[in-house]
Write a protein that binds this ligand. Structure first.
Ligand SMILES: [Zn+2]
Ligand SMILES: [Zn+2]
Length: 139
């Protein structure tokens, strides 16, 4: 089983997960812009039972998602890096691809919440765009 590892900027919190992510998504929602300091968040969707923290313990911040269910953001209390979001309604973690230890040959499969993107956003060529979510994904 393929192992993936990553961590925060200062190294206090590190994680690993196994197997290919079930999805890889550019999210342009406002919260992702704020969390990432960019026009989008590149999230790798991972089943919670494939994921574990192997060093440190992240702090969490919770907000209500569009579904009404909480989205919990897990971040390092020392350096502030957001490592992943626990999307409770859909039972997956959206792991920040930027926090992977090794560069991987990754391609986003879709771009979501593009209606919320800033005017200066850049969109990938040839990747399906959705104003909010594709019909197949519950918000
Ligand atoms: Zn840190
Ligand atoms: Zn988002």
């Amino acid at each position: 089983m393929e192992q993936w590892q990553g961590g925060c900027s200062c190294g206090d919190v590190q994680y690993q997960f196994e197997g290919e992510p079930m999805n890889s998504v550019f999210c342009y929602c406002k919260e992702c812009q704020i969390s990432s300091g960019s026009d989008k968040w590149f999230g790798l969707w991972v089943a919670p039972d494939k994921f574990k923290i192997i060093k440190g313990s992240p702090q969490s911040y919770s907000r209500q998602g569009d579904s009404g269910q909480p989205i919990n953001y897990l971040f390092c209390g020392s350096c502030g890096t957001t490592l992943y979001a626990d999307v409770t309604v859909a039972k997956f973690y959206s792991v920040a691809a930027t926090t992977l230890a090794d560069d991987r040959d990754l391609t986003p499969k879709m771009a979501i919440y593009t209606a919320s993107a800033p005017s200066w956003a850049l969109f990938p060529v040839g990747v399906p765009k959705f104003d909010i979510l594709p019909p197949s994904v519950g918000g």
